[in-house]
Ligand binder design. Structure first.
Ligand SMILES: Nc1ncnc2c1ncn2[C@@H]1O[C@H](COP(=O)(O)OP(=O)(O)OP(=O)(O)O)[C@@H](O)[C@H]1O
Ligand SMILES: [Mg+2]
Length: 253
């Protein structure tokens, strides 16, 4: 579904990502792990259109999407979440979700005048959808809470919820488990699994929590120092001496 071929990115003199290639298979949950500073988020930034790679190509369902901006990728069904959640803190949880859908008629003035009835109907549909998403994630009781008041873990769930408001079926998750307590983590893991199995979402997940990776991801791709070190199922990469060395060397093991 997503094919990354030989991408690189330098920031000034720092080679953050060097000649990275991998594939995210449709219908799967691919893990992307590695010590801090390995280049994982930079890879996501390039796939999701935050900036173009210096070299290499990225394809989505066979189409070259290298360098396309985020909003165009959104319309092609590719979305991402951020390592640090980007919620609108002074809006309610439900409003945060209702902001997401693209092409709302209400945003177009003329249509607003001519087809007010349609706008109202669409708004109601979006509201219904937002409530369904919140119920799916079991945070329905928080729908009227200001998003800024949520815990770190609840914000991560809200972030996942935002991807569910779209028709996107390729979702990049950057550390969905970071700062999430055990109970919420179980909920989050289950939500990701159900979206994958029951709703056909394809995921690529960056995560430091190895339990979460082990439960969710196959294959797992390991990066260190901007390069791919290993890939395969979780047991094979765990036993890989280079991977152990990279984690020990970074002090993150
Ligand atoms: N916008 C930027 N400008 C300059 N340097 C950057 C930028 N983004 C990332 N870097 C650097 O590139 C390297 C890779 O960073 P990146 O955020 O991709 O790592 P990561 O694998 O996501 O790490 P972590 O697990 O800590 O999130 C790091 O050395 C980082 O400091
Ligand atoms: Mg990162």
């Amino acid at each position: 579904m997503i094919e990354v071929d030989g991408i690189s990115k330098a920031f000034g003199g720092l080679q953050a990502v060097r000649d990275v290639s991998f594939t995210v298979e449709k219908g799967g949950i691919t893990g992307l792990i590695g010590p801090n500073g390995a280049g994982k988020t930079t890879v996501f930034n390039m796939i999701a259109g935050a900036f173009a790679p210096d070299t290499g190509t990225i394809r989505l369902n066979g189409e070259n999407i290298t360098g396309l901006p985020t909003h165009q990728l959104f319309h092609k069904g590719l979305v991402r979440t951020f390592q640090i959640p980007h919620e609108f803190s002074r809006m309610s949880v439900r409003e945060n979700l209702m902001l997401v859908p693209a092409k709302q008629s209400g945003e177009r003035l003329l249509e607003n005048w001519l087809r007010w009835w349609r706008v109202i109907r669409e708004d109601r549909q979006i509201l219904k959808k937002a409530d369904e998403v919140l119920d799916f994630l079991e945070i329905g009781h928080l729908r009227n809470e200001l998003a800024g008041n949520l815990s770190g873990g609840q914000k991560k769930l809200l972030d996942l919820g935002r991807t569910m408001m779209t028709d996107a079926r390729a979702v990049l998750l950057d550390e969905p488990g970071a700062g999430v307590n055990r109970t919420l983590l179980g909920k989050l893991t289950e939500a990701i699994q159900r979206l994958n199995k029951e709703h056909g979402y394809t995921f690529c997940v960056i995560e430091h929590d190895m339990d979460l990776i082990a439960r969710l991801c196959d294959p797992v791709i390991v990066m260190a120092n901007g390069e791919i070190l290993a890939s395969g199922d979780i047991d094979s990469v765990r036993d890989n001496p280079d991977v152990r060395e990279a984690y020990l060397g970074s002090g993150a093991a």
